[in-house]
Design a protein around this ligand. Structure first.
Ligand SMILES: *Cc1c(COP(=O)(O)O)cnc(C)c1O
Length: 361
């Protein structure tokens, strides 16, 4: 029996089956090269083509303007939490941060090593259950940049709007919702994202940076995190994560075939609606996030009777619905339903949850 398995883990997350099939197909002999893509020089014509195509496809998918650089770096989003202040302070001494949960706090802690951090807005007093409205933000005129996390992966809070920070560059950790919805890149100074949620395997970090913000990094900035240096070297100042870049390129091709971000977004809206509508209709489950700020990617929920948690997870596993356990800081459950999660997966989860409720409600 070939039972369908759906992985609701937060990351590294599900990839499109087409991506995995292409990897398998090309693993031992990359397009007639006679060796694996993992074994080729990053400076050879074959790999340069892989990297160039990945960048071109990402540019097309996100409609990235020509005055933005696209970098494929290492060090994860966590590395970028340090790279952002190092590159963007540019003679200033402070930056504005919006605190909407776990990943905001991680970014704030890292930035505090390099500059004064002004908390422009915070949802901490309400247990990080909402996205503070722009009217609540207290921005500083002399801030080097404004940083926020458009989708809090653990708390399940997603901004449905892009903040307006005037002439101060907006920096976004888009790790868990990049390519899931249409955005206007020109509204941002820097967008960064670890690959392992919506792009590909862990190991590559996408950085999209407006060109005029590069070239004035702190002197002590590690070379690999220097945006201008990496841009000048096509992200190959040192050996890039070649296999991860290759896989990311396969995902970009796949997204293009699906009709691009616009189509994928429609699909994501429908998947999230199915799950939230069910949660709203049930007295057995609850979800903690303010309705208008609910994430389309990460859906935290709780059983009202938490004594049933273990049994819920055990039965879900038996049904092939994997990794629904919530993050340790929040508890409960979390369904991560990134781009590559098919609608059938969400439907199977809702069916299971309904049955579980009928049995125990
Ligand atoms: C997963 C995640 C991170 C962590 O990324 P690393 O690649 O592990 O450094 C940071 N920010 C957000 C929003 C995430 O979802």
């Amino acid at each position: 029996m070939n039972k369908a398995i759906y992985n609701f883990g937060p990351g590294p997350a599900m990839l499109y089956p087409e991506v995995l099939r292409a990897v398998r197909e090309e693993l031992l002999d990359f397009r007639g090269y006679g060796a694996s893509v993992m074994e080729m020089s990053h400076r050879g014509a074959e790999f340069m083509e892989v990297a160039k195509t990945a960048e071109a496809d990402l540019r097309e998918l996100m409609r990235i303007p020509a005055d933005y650089k696209v970098l494929f770096l290492q060090g994860g989003a966590t590395g970028q939490c340090a790279a952002a202040p190092m590159n963007l302070l540019r003679g200033k001494t402070s930056a504005d941060y919006v605190n909407t949960g776990y990943w905001s706090q991680r970014a704030i802690a890292e930035a505090s090593k390099y500059c004064e951090v002004n908390i422009a807005a915070s949802s901490e007093h309400k247990n990080f259950s909402y996205a503070p409205a722009q009217s609540e933000w207290r921005l500083k005129k002399d801030a080097a940049y404004v940083h926020y996390v458009p989708n809090e992966t653990i708390g399940g809070v997603e901004f449905q709007w892009v903040p307006d920070t005037g002439s101060v560059p907006l920096v976004a950790d888009m790790s868990s919702n990049i390519l899931s919805r249409e955005i206007d890149v020109s509204r941002f100074g820097v967008i960064y994202a670890g690959a392992q949620k919506n792009i590909g395997p862990a190991g590559v970090t996408v950085v999209i940076v407006r060109e005029d913000l590069t070239g004035d990094a702190l002197k002590r900035t590690p070379a690999i995190f220097d945006y201008a240096l990496q841009a000048k070297n096509d992200s190959m100042f040192n050996t890039p994560p070649t296999f991860a870049v290759y896989c990311a390129g396969l995902t970009f091709k796949c997204l293009k075939k699906l009709g691009g971000v616009k189509e994928v977004e429609k699909h994501n809206i429908a998947k999230a609606k199915l799950l939230y509508d069910f949660l709203d209709s049930s007295a057995f489950y609850r979800t903690p996030v303010e309705k208008r700020d609910r994430s389309r990617m990460n859906v935290p929920f709780f059983l009202r009777d938490e004594r049933l948690n273990d049994e819920f997870l055990e039965h879900a596993n038996e049904r092939g619905l994997l990794h629904l356990k919530g993050h340790r800081v929040l508890g409960g459950m979390r369904a991560s339903i990134y781009n590559a999660m098919p609608g059938e997966g969400v439907a199977a989860l809702v069916d299971f949850m309904r049955e579980f409720e009928t049995r125990h409600g």
